[in-house]
Design a binder for this molecule. Structure first.
Ligand code: ADP
Length: 492
């Protein structure tokens, strides 16, 4: 322990970057060496003529050592003491004449060289110190920033080992970060993503480090050691060098438990509210039917028209409430499907028949292959998807413009597409139209009524039938919305 301390004190490399330059140590040490030399030099070197060589060698070594250990100050202290020692030697050896002259000249030349040596090495050492200090200041600053960020941060080194994690990570996860944790090896038990257990290699930081993938906003549910259930949102990114090699990875962890709880409460509210709204609406529709029947006898045209309007609006309201209910069921995972086998062209035809009134007398064409395409799905839900695509085509295209509905087989799937020549959708917005409550943010489109639920519900329905839904569209030219459903085995 002590010997290590002494070694560190003497080792100039250990002192690099410390910025500490000792005055007393070089003074005492160099003085001691010269005093010892004065007593023992003649014993060490058997030949008195080589004593000079020994002294010069010792001087150079001392000057280099102290210039490297204590900068210009250390180097100059060693140099001054050396020159003084040389003067002392000249004085005490009683040199005279040409010998004295030669000794003085040598001392002067060597003195000059020693000063130069001390200055150059001392300056180099001080420059290195400054560079190291600057770098460590930057590192400290970065560390302070990371520590104080309001989100959890983890950073790995180039071997994937977590070298930095701030307090927030520990506060969020309710445990301290284990030492020697390596991305892709460490696991957090009891953590799930979309209900499935998360493997250690699936964590965003592991994906970022090992696969060079950027992961954004993945949500996880986990049970902490203290039993608290939390939700976190994690993003991670690889850090690459100029040649594109991953040299580290950084991850951000956000505690979203509160937001999740609020979301659940909001979903519960929407669920309850739409349930509560459904019952009076059904009664309202029945009363309207009764009223309409009674009115038939009076033949009062204006009242009948008004009543038809009320009936239409009530129908709209019912559809909205039913969409709301579906969205909240999807959110809470309570939407169930009654799957059966049927030929999809029948459902498309039925839907088109049912929508005759809603298509505003437009030309709606339907083409389908001669062979039946059987699928196993929830008929009502598929009907709902097709209805949504067709009503959207009507809603977002000019009056009288045609709509083409196509059914075809592609690989092992049946594809239904609905094409309109309407307002179209920007490339960037195309992906997002399937998101919950998303509506294209174009001032022109604000005029269209809607809540952005239809395509989200459609996407979720199709997803849960293992199919896919997509859009091809060009702004102002029109859109083609399509979905596919896997065909029942025997027709493949
Ligand atoms: P909304 O009730 O608003 O129609 P949807 O989920 O059905 O909700 O559609 C989401 C958004 O996608 C719409 O607000 C609209 O901007 C855009 N969209 C959907 N269908 C079409 C279409 N056929 N043509 C152009 N835009 C469409």
């Amino acid at each position: 322990m002590y010997s290590k301390k002494i070694f560190d004190y003497l080792n100039p490399i250990k002192r690099l970057g410390s910025g500490k330059y000792s005055f007393v140590f070089p003074l005492v040490f160099v003085l001691a060496i010269y005093i010892l030399s004065e007593f023992f030099a003649y014993n060490i070197a058997s030949d008195p003529n080589s004593v000079g060589i020994y002294i010069i060698f010792a001087s150079v070594a001392l000057i280099i050592y102290f210039a490297f250990r204590d900068g210009i100050l250390g180097g100059l202290i060693a140099t001054i003491l050396t020159i003084l020692y040389y003067v002392y030697i000249i004085k005490t050896r009683n040199h005279t004449g040409s010998q004295l002259q030669a000794s003085i000249t040598t001392t002067a030349i060597l003195g000059g060289l020693y000063v130069l040596l001390a200055l150059v090495i001392g300056w180099l050492k001080q420059t290195i110190d400054k560079l190291i200090e600057r770098e460590s200041n930057e590192k400290n600053r970065l560390q302070a920033v990371v520590q104080q960020l309001p989100v959890g941060v983890l950073i790995t080194d180039d071997t994937g080992k977590i070298i930095q994690g701030n307090k927030q990570v520990e506060t969020i996860l309710g445990r301290s970060i284990r030492e020697n944790l390596v991305a892709g090896e460490a696991n957090i038990e009891s953590s799930t993503h979309n209900g499935k257990a998360v493997k250690s290699t699936e964590w965003p930081i592991a994906q970022a480090f090992h696969k060079g993938k950027t992961v954004v906003g993945k949500e996880y549910a986990l049970v902490r050691d203290d039993g608290k259930k939390i939700h976190v949102q994690i993003s991670a990114t690889p850090i690459k060098n100029k040649s594109g090699k991953v040299i580290a990875a950084a991850s951000i962890i956000n505690d979203i438990t509160y937001q999740k709880e609020m979301e659940v409460r909001k979903d519960d509210f929407v669920n309850m509210a739409s349930h509560e709204l459904k019952t009076p609406l059904t009664s309202l529709k029945l009363y309207i039917d009764v009223l309409a029947n009674n009115l038939k006898k009076t033949q009062d045209d204006r009242t009948t028209k008004t009543l038809t309007g009320i009936k239409y609006q009530t129908q709209r309201l019912q559809e909205l409430v039913s969409d709301l209910l579906d969205v909240s069921r999807l959110q809470t995972g309570k939407l169930s499907f009654a799957k059966e086998e049927f030929a999809i062209d029948e459902v498309v035809s039925e839907t088109l028949d049912g929508l005759k009134a809603a298509t505003d007398g437009r030309e709606v064409t339907f083409t389908s292959p001669k062979t039946k395409l059987p699928v196993c799905a929830d008929k009502f839900r598929i009907y709902q998807v097709i209805t949504n695509l067709i009503t959207n085509a009507v809603k977002y295209s000019p009056k009288n413009s045609p709509i083409q509905v196509k059914l075809y087989k592609k690989d092992d799937s049946a594809v239904v597409s609905v094409k309109d020549l309407g307002i179209g959708i920007d490339k960037e917005q195309q992906k997002m139209v399937f998101d919950r409550l998303y509506q294209v943010s174009d001032p022109k489109e604000k005029t269209f009524p809607g809540l952005g639920m239809g395509l989200y519900i459609s996407k979720e329905i199709i997803k849960r039938h293992k199919g896919s839904i997509w859009v091809e569209s060009e702004k102002d030219k029109g859109s083609t919305f399509s979905f596919s459903l896997p065909l029942e085995k025997k027709s493949k």
